[in-house]
Unconditional design. Sequence first.
Length: 162
Amino acid sequence: MKTIIHDLGKEQNERLLAAADQVVCADGRYAPCQGCFKCWTKHPAACELKDALNQSCRILGTSEDLTIITENLYGGYSPEVKNLLDRSIGVSTPMSTYRGGQMHHTLRYGKRNSLRVIVYGDITEGEKNTLQLMAERNAVNWGFREHSVLFCADAEEAGGMA
C-alpha cells in the first residue's frame, strides 16, 4: 500500500489520491501527542485521543511505500506533519532489538519498502543535510529498506512530485 502524508491542504487530496492508496492531510487540526504511551501498552497501535489521527500508527505501519510532503521548517518537518508523526509512535513496540548494529525499538509491522520525503520552501545547505539525516534515521526506526529526500522550490512543485 502506498501512503502520502502532506501539509499541502485538503484541496490537494483528490489529486494525490491518484498517486496513492491513502492520503493523510496534516492540516493542524489534531491534538498533539500527550506522551501517555498507551499506544504502546494499553491498546497497541491505537492512539488514546479520539480524533482523526486515532489510527495514525496503523496507517504508517501498514504502508509499504510512504511519501511525506512537508514544508521546510529550520531543517525539519512542518509542525503539522511533525504532530502526525509524533502520534505514530505505536508503529513500534516498547521492546528493543539490534538493527544495523544499533539499538532500535522492535517493529510492530515488520520491514517495508521505501520512505520518500519531499521538502519544499527555502532551504539552506545545512537544513538539507539535517533533513537528509532525519529521513535516514526515520527510515531505520520505522523499518523502511530505503529512503530518499527530494527538494523543490514550492508547494505546487512538491505536490506534482508525489
